[in-house]
Design a protein around this ligand. Sequence first.
Ligand SMILES: Cc1cc2nc3c(=O)[nH]c(=O)nc-3n(C[C@H](O)[C@H](O)[C@H](O)COP(=O)(O)O)c2cc1C
Length: 193
Amino acid sequence: MQFEDVLNKRYSVRKFDGRKVEKEKIDAILNAARMAPTAKNNQPQRIFVLESGDALEKFKKSTIYHFNAPLAFLICYDNTLSWTRPFDGKDCGQVDAAIITTYMMLEATAQGLGTTWVGYLDPEVVRETFSLPENLMPVVFLPAGYPAADCVPSERHALRKQLADTVTVLQKISALSGDFYFFWHISLAIFLD
Ligand SMILES: Cc1cc2nc3c(=O)[nH]c(=O)nc-3n(C[C@H](O)[C@H](O)[C@H](O)COP(=O)(O)O)c2cc1C
């Protein structure tokens, strides 16, 4: 599948047909996570594969957004490994986990699977349910599986803002008296002109 097709095909799948996901597909998703960039390449991710009956029970106990998926991943990061930005002390583990999860979602799509990013979790509940040590920070559940035949994107999926609402093109113009910066909100049509 071409990358553009993956981007266009992905949407949050919240209804699964219950078919078991093949090991090769799970491995491909985990390998995509492995290829994702992380701050300083510290690779602080710790990913749990929730497939057994017991693990899926725990998953269902941890969030209402489990969609009865036949498979889920719990993406955490180890805060003793993640990079901290020196200027303000920001721990970049959340950012790393977000990039990793995005890679996993896109690979899942390429494999003909559906996923939904589930951020609706109480980290303390997840920590207790999965007996996570103090240094592992849970960030996201990623339920995954084959989309049900009647699964369709939610109405929200199509609500994409125009580029002009989210993109600013900075243009630097040199002049005799100094440099001036122009900030333009610009539409894609103009951008491509
Ligand atoms: C940080 C984050 C948290 C999210 N948490 C949830 C969630 O807890 N439950 C859920 O059903 N969807 C969740 N979503 C999915 C978004 O609602 C969804 O991606 C968005 O509405 C766009 O729809 P689409 O994914 O179909 O394009 C989350 C997405 C992100 C990026």
